[in-house]
Design a binder for this molecule. Structure first.
Ligand SMILES: NC(=O)c1ccc[n+]([C@@H]2O[C@H](COP(=O)([O-])OP(=O)(O)OC[C@H]3O[C@@H](n4cnc5c(N)ncnc54)[C@H](O)[C@@H]3O)[C@@H](O)[C@H]2O)c1
Length: 347
């Protein structure tokens, strides 16, 4: 059983606290936030053992072996570094760090001290995302042509990160997990329509060595909430709508066949529109599975599915996407010489 310290109890932290207090491997939770109102809220709602507004209390508590960081991005690196140096295992919410240099340094410290270091790519634990991976692996969709994703709604505008850093980690982590491939090139355009200097709308394009293209649209400035991903293959097409309750994943037996014309002027394309199937999905909360993986990795000395290295890969693409965005959409090349494949990272 593990005593856990959770730092950051704003919008997202309470979900982590709730899943930790219910977890079979968690003995106690100490909650930390600079804002006393958030601590009051947590204490009234969840059976936490202690609260504090000073992170040092968590670091000084010898029985706390694991830390969960759910604070804004600018604080991820300094807080994670302090926790690792104090000998704690660390889970950091996405995005893992603000630069790949920061991410690499955290990984080095964790490695030296044999500590678990993990990133919160929650969707990798989602039943729908894992079912899609199974479907892609089975070859049911044929060769994958492209993926197009929309993650848009009105708000929540963040104070320290652009919409790209806030929302795109979800799409990037899923796309790498599904395709088992990292992109060789990224470009992005975006605009800061509301807060000067912080883009609230961005369109990112990725191209992969296999020929797959991916387009990711992220926005805090859209009238309706979309969490929609379309995957188009040579045999079938798939739509994943995370806002749906029952039928999140649908497989469309739709496609276009091209026939070599026998005579000049013969119509060359035939369209196919067959059944639409929605596979049964397991029902569990991704965060419960994510926290379980974290605590199990600590207890067994194993590697969590969203190890820090997958956090680093997403940060690397975001860094280049941001450079492209600043540069008016110039394509940026990416190299992955020293990184394992996505499947090796997310066992
Ligand atoms: N995995 C997901 O699906 C998901 C969803 C939402 C947010 N997040 C991530 O969670 C993190 C937090 O996001 P949020 O929306 O909850 O932000 P938020 O601003 O609502 O909450 C952050 C909290 O951290 C506290 N805080 C900041 N610095 C602190 C410090 N030094 N010590 C103690 N407390 C401190 C703030 O007082 C605030 O209450 C971000 O990294 C975000 O990207 C992940």
């Amino acid at each position: 059983m593990i005593d856990v310290g959770v730092i950051g109890c704003g919008y997202w932290g309470p979900n982590l606290v709730r899943n930790l207090v219910e977890n079979r491997h968690c003995r106690s939770v100490m909650a930390c936030d600079l804002d006393h109102a958030r601590l009051d809220y947590i204490q009234k709602r969840y059976p936490v053992d202690a609260i504090t507004s000073d992170f040092q209390d968590i670091l000084d508590n010898q029985s706390i072996k694991a830390v969960v960081i759910a604070t804004p991005l600018s604080t991820h690196y300094p807080l994670a570094k302090r926790a690792l140096e104090a000998g704690k295992h660390v889970f950091v919410e996405k995005p893992f760090a603000h630069t790949s240099a920061q991410a690499t340094e955290l990984m080095r410290i964790a490695e030296e001290k044999s500590l678990v270091l993990m990133v919160g790519h929650t969707f990798i634990y989602s039943p729908a995302v894992n079912k899609i991976r199974e479907i892609l692996d089975s070859g049911e969709l044929g060769d994958i042509f492209y993926i197009s994703s929309s993650r848009v709604n009105l708000g929540l505008h963040q104070k320290d990160v652009s919409v790209l850093w806030d929302l795109a980690p979800h799409d990037l982590s899923m796309i790498f997990y599904w395709l088992d491939e990292f992109p060789k090139q990224v470009s992005a355009v975006g605009r800061d329509y509301v807060q000067p200097g912080l883009p609230d709308v961005a369109f990112m394009d990725l191209s992969f060595g296999s020929g797959v293209l991916a387009h990711v649209e992220v926005s805090w400035l859209s009238p309706s909430k979309l969490r929609n991903t379309t995957i188009v293959g040579s045999k079938k097409m798939l739509v994943y709508d995370d806002t749906e309750h029952l039928e999140k994943v649908k497989i469309f037996d739709k496609g276009v066949n091209y026939k070599d014309p026998e005579t000049f002027g013969e119509y060359q394309l035939s369209y196919r529109a067959g059944d639409i199937v929605s596979p049964k999905l397991d029902s569990y909360e991704p965060l419960q599975s994510e926290m379980d993986d974290y605590l199990s990795a600590i207890l067994t000395g194993g590697r969590p599915r969203t190890h820090a290295e997958s956090g680093l890969t997403v940060v690397k693409v975001l860094e280049e996407a941001e450079r492209s965005l600043i540069d008016g959409g110039q394509p940026m090349k990416l190299s992955w010489d020293h990184v394992a494949s996505p499947r090796q990272l997310t066992v």
